[in-house]
Ligand binder design. Structure first.
Ligand SMILES: *Cc1c(COP(=O)(O)O)cnc(C)c1O
Length: 392
């Protein structure tokens, strides 16, 4: 049986899949089992900030596999403390809890929030509509979209929602019994909606006034995606908790929750755990990712690439009237199209061996590798232009 036949027969059908199997990847390129080459503008669904199978990550993983793969957390092991230190250096004074995914990173943040809230007698948590925070029971509750919650109730109690970028809507739900606000400063899955300076700063100010935690979900926007290591840096604020995952491990599963010093003692021994959390292999891979970003000066090189990308996307908007809006920051872009054009675009792109993503029904989302060459970026944009002509 082919991989497709085996998958369809034995793997739960929770995903709708395209009829192509990829067996090899390097940088911004993928190869199918038929030997066909694809350009990837959405590497690994947001995990590929330094491209697929970066040589430094490969070397780190292979080397670590020859030493030790995993130690339980009742002992010290290699690389966990070092990685936590590097992450804290990039963020703010605090400490890190390691897990394996974005949802788990958010679960940990929520447990800190609830533990804190219950001490203070205020259990409420608020999040934005059209947000995305994961697929576990707690994180679908935090995700302000009915389509992810439908059929799975009862959800967590004491969670309320506000409209993204609406100060009045936020003020309506943010009352005295709220212990935490969780937010993406740029909503990814929700259609690359960029938080305004005014809105994000307002939330920081209100949470500070009421001593509520500001939790920023950087699972998609972290590790340099928007041009700064964390997207919140663009807003001149410092959150209390930040969650990360996706690109942190360069393709190896890892999640991280950074808790600011002031709240770092809320979770005491025994209150939270993860068997694989801080796994030596994952931490070693993440250290390699952070080193590549630093040594290759990836963030320093981003403004030029970002300008190149958005200049071209804005030209598309002028040229094709069915493009409603172009949004984003750094190398995170959303292109909102009329009707079902985004989905048609996505299908056509696959036929032309270009991988993009269609989210929120009508938004093309692209997250090219941050170290993509200008030549490859241009090649993908040329294909995009071709498709815009075809679907017009
Ligand atoms: C992908 C994503 C998650 C969930 O991450 P998983 O690793 O799939 O659990 C949470 N928040 C945001 C913003 C994401 O983009």
């Amino acid at each position: 049986m082919s991989e497709k036949e085996l998958t369809d027969k034995y793997v739960l059908g929770t995903y709708s899949r395209e009829d192509v199997a990829f067996v090899r990847a390097k940088g911004s390129y993928l190869w199918s089992d038929k030997g066909e080459k694809y350009l990837d503008f959405f590497p690994g669904w947001g995990i590929g900030n330094i491209g697929h199978v970066h040589p430094s990550v490969k070397k780190a993983v292979c080397d670590q596999a020859g030493q030790i793969l995993h130690m339980p957390n009742n002992f010290y092991s290699s690389h966990q403390g070092k990685l936590a230190g590097k992450i804290v250096e990039r963020a703010f004074p605090g400490r890190v809890f390691f897990s394996n995914s974005g949802a788990e990173a958010n679960e940990c943040a929520l447990k800190v929030a609830r533990a804190y809230g219950n001490l203070k007698g205020k259990p409420g948590v608020v999040t934005a509509r059209k947000s995305f925070h994961g697929r576990t029971m707690a994180t679908i509750t935090l995700t302000g979209q009915e389509k992810y919650q439908k059929g799975f109730g009862p959800l967590l109690a004491n969670v309320e929602y506000f409209d993204f970028n609406s100060i009045s809507s936020f003020d309506e739900v943010f009352h005295d019994s709220i212990c935490a606000v969780m937010i993406e400063v740029i909503q990814g899955e929700g259609g690359v909606q960029v938080g305004t300076q005014e809105f994000i700063r307002h939330i920081r100010q209100k949470t500070q006034e009421k001593e509520a935690l500001l939790i920023i979900d950087e699972v998609q926007t972290g590790v340099g995606r928007t041009g700064t290591f964390f997207a919140y840096e663009n807003y001149g604020i410092v959150p209390d908790i930040v969650t990360m995952a996706k690109a942190l491990g360069g393709g190896v599963p890892i999640g991280a929750t950074i808790v600011g010093e002031k709240f770092a003692d809320i979770l005491k021994p025994g209150m939270h755990a993860s068997t694989f959390g801080g796994n030596s292999l994952a931490c070693r891979a993440a250290l390699a990712v952070l080193e590549v970003i630093e040594i290759k000066k990836i963030l320093e090189k981003m403004p030029v690439k970002s300008r190149f990308l958005f200049k071209r996307l804005k030209q598309f908007k002028k040229k094709f009237p069915f493009i409603k809006e172009v949004r984003g920051m750094g190398l995170m872009a959303g292109i909102e199209l009329e009707g079902d054009k985004a989905l048609r675009f996505f299908k056509k792109a696959i036929d032309k061996h270009l991988i993009v993503n269609c989210t929120a029904g009508c938004v093309l989302r692209i997250l090219p590798a941050l170290n993509i060459s200008r030549k490859d970026l241009k090649a993908g944009l040329d294909i995009m232009e071709e498709i815009f002509y075809e679907i017009g």
